[in-house]
Design a protein around this ligand. Structure first.
Ligand code: GDP
Length: 295
């Protein structure tokens, strides 16, 4: 998934390796290749600027330039900076000890919200926790049925109301039902749109305010590069996000969005989606990701 970023960084490191001691100008050339490869991998400009600021300050310091293997030092510096920009780690769902924990998923249409409801449910089931799903995407006619299909596949209850056009009411009724039935987790599958619009944001903000979910996760499609970053910014402005789930990182996503979205939202990337099946959800691990990028 990170081919272009990995290739770019490798060529930066290669251009410096075997040179032994480096001049500042050698190192600046290498850093320029690092910067170019990040921009080519769809990492947003402000993130690259920040990243390069930290990396350059360390890489151009005397300690690194005078070291015996400066290019290896640069690999280490880039690795550490990737971890810092991708972190912190927090893949906990922060379940409450009493009453149902309400998790609201939001994101653009097609980002993978409904699939992620299934994946999180599977994860919970593996821990012997049975969640309840609430079909609050009243925009897309097939969404309610899609959630019921998932419910049947995973043998978990799905709350929906055929004739209710008010997603806030549906969520409130769903949470009340979950409480009455003693469910420990309720996952709200909210509506998306093909692009950000004010109506969607107002609807989600209203659910957030009136239902008061314990956790609000933004689901973003990692394949959409810069668009993912822009939409993450808009969702982050409208809602109090607690985390991000980035989907479709099994495809040929260029990976840059992963670096940028964390920076833009300031909330942890909790999980990554790596396939269409319910078991294709991984807790996000910055170290593993940084190593994959630098492979
Ligand atoms: P929603 O509109 O946000 O609810 O999106 P859906 O859950 O319906 O997902 C849209 C499409 O993306 C479906 O075809 C899913 O199978 C697919 N999808 C979701 N997550 C992933 C993932 O992590 N990897 C891949 N390859 N496909 C995914």
């Amino acid at each position: 998934m990170f081919e272009s970023l990995s290739d770019g960084l490798q060529s930066a490191f290669k251009s410096l390796s075997g040179k032994g001691k480096l001049t500042e100008s050698n190192m600046r050339d290498g850093l320029e290749i690092v910067q170019k490869s990040m921009l080519e991998a769809d990492v947003s400009y402000s993130v690259v600027q920040d990243f390069m600021g930290h990396v350059s300050e360390k890489a151009l310091g005397k300690r690194v330039l005078l070291s015996l293997r400066p290019h290896e030092e640069l690999v280490r510096i880039v690795h550490d900076e990737l971890i810092s920009i991708l972190g912190p780690v927090d893949s906990s769902l922060h379940l409450k000890s009493e009453g149902p924990t309400v998790i609201m998923l939001c994101g653009l249409q097609g980002s993978g919200k409904t699939t992620t409801c299934g994946k999180l449910s599977q994860l919970l089931k593996e821990q012997d926790i049975k969640p309840m799903l609430v079909a609050a995407d009243l925009q897309r006619p097939a969404a309610i049925e899609q959630l019921h299909v998932i419910g049947r596949q995973l043998d978990i209850p799905v709350y929906s109301e055929a004739d209710n056009k008010d997603p806030v009411k549906v969520c409130q009724n769903g949470v009340a039902k979950a409480k009455a039935e003693g469910a420990r987790v309720v996952i709200l599958d909210t509506a998306g749109r093909l692009a950000i619009d004010d109506e969607l944001m107002a609807e989600l903000a209203k659910i957030d305010k009136k239902v008061g979910p314990d956790q609000v996760y933004l689901v973003v499609d990692g394949m959409t590069g810069q668009d993912a970053v822009n939409s993450a910014g808009a969702f982050n402005d409208a809602l109090e996000l607690d985390g991000v789930v980035m989907t479709k990182l099994d495809g040929d996503a260029r990976g840059g969005a992963l670096l940028s979205v964390k920076h833009v939202t300031g909330v942890p990337i909790k999980f990554i989606g790596t396939g269409e099946h319910f078991d294709a959800l991984e807790p996000f691990r910055p170290e593993g990701m940084a190593s994959r990028i630098l492979q």
